[in-house]
Design a protein around this ligand. Structure first.
Ligand SMILES: [Zn+2]
Length: 244
C-alpha cells in the first residue's frame, strides 16, 4: 500500500460533487460504455490521469454498477513502471473486500507514458473483435481511407486530427491468456506505429487513448464506427482503402 496520506485525505481523492471529477466520470462512462456493449461481462473500462493522479476502476466487477468509493487512485510517478504482476504504489485503495485494481493497469500505463495520454479506454466491442477476425490472419494492421469519421481520429491519438484523404492505420496484436500479458505487445506496436491512435487485440477488443477523457471517448466512438463499417464493407467485398 502507500502513501503518507491520512485516511481522510485518501478518501477525499474520490469524493466530489463535481460530475467531471475522475472518480465520478469513470462510474458514469463505464455505465455508458456498458450500454454500448463495450464493457459487458466485467471486461474493458477506462482510466483517467489527472496531473499526478491516475484513477482506475477495479478488475472483474459489474462495470455499470461501479461507485466512486470503488475507485483506486495511484500516483502517476510509480517507484517502478507497472508490469504484469508487479507491485504498484497506491494513494487510495477501496475498503470493500476483494477489489483489485484493473488488470488493464500496465496497458493504460503504456498510453500514459508512451503518448502522454490523459485517458485510456479499453473495449470488448464486437465490431473490433469481428474486424480482427475478418482481416487476413497475417495482417498486422487495419487500414481504411475515404471515410468521414476518420476526421475524428488523431495522429498517435494525441496529435492533429486526420484529414478525409488520410489513411488510418491501427495495429493488430495477438491476444494472450491474461490481460496483463498484452503489455509488451502493445508497447512494441505503439513503437512500430507511432501515428496509430489505438491498438486492436485479435479476438479481444481495442485500446484507445487521448489527451483528455473527452478526446479518448470521441476517438473510441469514431474508431468503433469505422470498425463496424469496415466489417460491413468486408462482408460486402468492398475495398477498405481507396474511393472506388
Ligand atoms: Zn480486455
Amino acid at each position: 500500500m502507500a502513501s503518507g496520506l491520512t485516511h481522510e485525505q485518501a478518501e477525499a481523492l474520490v469524493q466530489s460533487h463535481d460530475p467531471e471529477h475522475p472518480a465520478n466520470l469513470i462510474c458514469d462512462l463505464c455505465r455508458d460504455f456498458y450500454k454500448l456493449g463495450w464493457v459487458t461481462g466485467t471486461g474493458g473500462g477506462i482510466s483517467i490521469r489527472k496531473g499526478e493522479h491516475v484513477y482506475l476502476a477495479p478488475s472483474g466487477v459489474q462495470k455499470e454498477r461501479i461507485k466512486p468509493e470503488h475507485i483506486f487512485v495511484l500516483p502517476f510517478a510509480q517507484s517502478s513502471l507497472p508490469k504484469p504482476g508487479s507491485q504498484r504504489d497506491f494513494l487510495r485503495i477501496p475498503s470493500k473486500e476483494g477489489l483489485k485494481e484493473s488488470a488493464c493497469t500496465p496497458l493504460f500505463w503504456n498510453a500514459f507514458t508512451m503518448r502522454n495520454a490523459g485517458a485510456c479506454i479499453h473495449t470488448h466491442s464486437q465490431h473490433a473483435v469481428m474486424l480482427t477476425l475478418l482481416l487476413p490472419r497475417e495482417a498486422d494492421s487495419f487500414k481504411i481511407s475515404h471515410q468521414e469519421m476518420i476526421k475524428g481520429v488523431r495522429l498517435g491519438g494525441v496529435g492533429k486530427t486526420l484529414r478525409f484523404f488520410d489513411t488510418l492505420e491501427v495495429p493488430i496484436i495477438e491476444n494472450t491468456a491474461d490481460e496483463e500479458d498484452l503489455t509488451e505487445g502493445m508497447a512494441a506496436a505503439m513503437e512500430k506505429f507511432p501515428d496509430a491512435p489505438a491498438i486492436l487485440v485479435r479476438r479481444h477488443g481495442v485500446y484507445v487513448w487521448g489527451n483528455t477523457w473527452e478526446q479518448a471517448k470521441t476517438q473510441a466512438e469514431c474508431l468503433d464506427y469505422l470498425f463496424e463499417i469496415a466489417v460491413k464493407m468486408l462482408l460486402a467485398k468492398l475495398p477498405l482503402v481507396g474511393d472506388n
